[in-house]
Design a protein. Structure first.
Length: 269
C-alpha cells in the first residue's frame, strides 16, 4: 500500500511538470530506469536525490513532507496511520484504494455504513463526536458526500449491517426515517448488495467490530479499520485470511437481500 501510494504521488508531481520522464532524468543526471523505479513505487534513491526531484517538480511543502516520509517506508507492508486528536476530513490512502478497487465489502456493527449515509445522518454522527469542532462539521459532511462516488458502476459494493445499527434513531426520527428510505432506494441498484444481520442471530464473529475489505484486479485485498484518531490498513496474508473468515461467517447469518428490505420496511413503518 505504501509503495502504491508513493508511486502514484511521484507520478502525479512528475506529470504535473509537463516534461517527459527522459527530460527529467537528464536534468537530474539519472539513468531513466531510476525514475521509472520511483514511479512504480520501488524507492531506491537516497533522500538528497529524491529531494532534488521534488524541488525540480516544485511540489508544495505538504506534498514534499508526505512523499519524503513515504520514501523511507515504501517497501513495508501494512499501515497504521495516526492523526493525533482526530481523523482528518478525508483519508487520502483510503480514498485512493477504494477508487482502485473492483469490489468493496463493508461490515458495520453500530451505524449505517459511511457511503450509504445521507448528508443529514452524517452530520448528526459528526456533531456527536466530542473532538470535532463546529467549523469543521460541514467540511467533513462534504468529504463524505464526495466519497459516495465509489458506489458508481461497475464497481461492486456489498454492505452487511447489524440490525441494531438500523434501529438507532440518529439525528432524530425524521433524519432516521429518511435514512432508512435511502437504504431501500440504494439496495435495488444492480451493483449494490445490502444485507442485514438480525439481532436474532445472537453472537457471531462480526462482533469484533466494523471494517471494510477492498478487493482489486491484480493485487491482494486490503482490510481497513477506522478508529477515533487513526486508520489501520492490513494487507498481510494472515490478516486477510482472518477477515475473510469473519465475512464468511457474517454472510451465513445475514438475511438475504429481499428479507433485508422487508426488515428495513418494517422499521420505517
Amino acid at each position: 500500500m505504501r509503495g502504491r501510494e508513493f508511486g502514484a504521488g511521484v507520478r502525479a508531481v512528475v506529470d504535473a511538470t509537463g516534461m517527459s520522464h527522459r527530460a527529467i532524468s537528464e536534468l537530474l543526471g539519472w539513468d531513466p530506469q531510476k525514475l521509472s523505479d520511483l514511479l512504480n513505487g520501488k524507492g531506491g534513491v537516497d533522500e538528497i536525490d529524491f529531494a532534488r526531484l521534488l524541488g525540480l517538480c516544485r511540489v508544495s511543502e505538504e506534498e514534499f513532507n508526505h512523499l519524503m516520509a513515504l520514501l523511507k517506508v515504501s517497501r513495508e507492508k501494512g499501515w497504521w496511520q495516526h492523526y493525533g486528536k482526530r481523523l482528518p476530513p478525508q483519508l487520502r490512502t483510503l480514498f485512493e484504494h477504494e477508487d482502485a478497487a473492483i469490489k468493496l465489502v463493508f461490515w458495520s456493527l453500530s451505524l449505517v455504513p459511511g457511503p450509504l449515509q445521507t448528508a443529514d445522518y452524517s452530520r448528526a454522527v459528526i456533531v456527536a463526536w466530542p473532538t470535532i469542532k463546529a467549523k469543521e462539521v460541514q467540511q467533513r459532511v462534504d468529504a463524505r458526500e464526495v466519497r459516495k462516488q465509489i458506489l458508481q458502476e461497475p464497481r461492486e459494493s456489498v454492505f452487511y449491517v447489524q440490525e441494531s445499527a438500523l434501529s438507532l434513531p440518529v439525528g432524530g426520527v425524521d433524519v432516521w426515517v429518511d435514512q432508512l428510505h435511502h437504504l431501500l432506494r440504494m439496495s435495488v441498484r444492480p451493483n449494490i448488495t445490502l444485507r442485514v444481520v438480525p439481532v436474532s442471530a445472537g453472537a457471531h464473529p462480526g462482533l469484533v467490530g466494523s471494517f471494510e475489505m477492498m478487493k482489486f484486479a491484480k493485487i491482494q485485498p486490503v482490510v481497513h479499520v477506522e478508529c477515533e484518531n487513526s486508520s489501520i490498513f492490513m494487507e498481510d496474508k494472515e490478516s486477510i485470511t482472518t477477515y475473510t473468515t469473519i465475512l464468511e461467517a457474517i454472510d451465513r447469518v445475514a438475511l438475504d437481500e429481499e428479507q433485508s428490505r422487508r426488515l428495513i420496511t418494517e422499521l420505517v413503518s
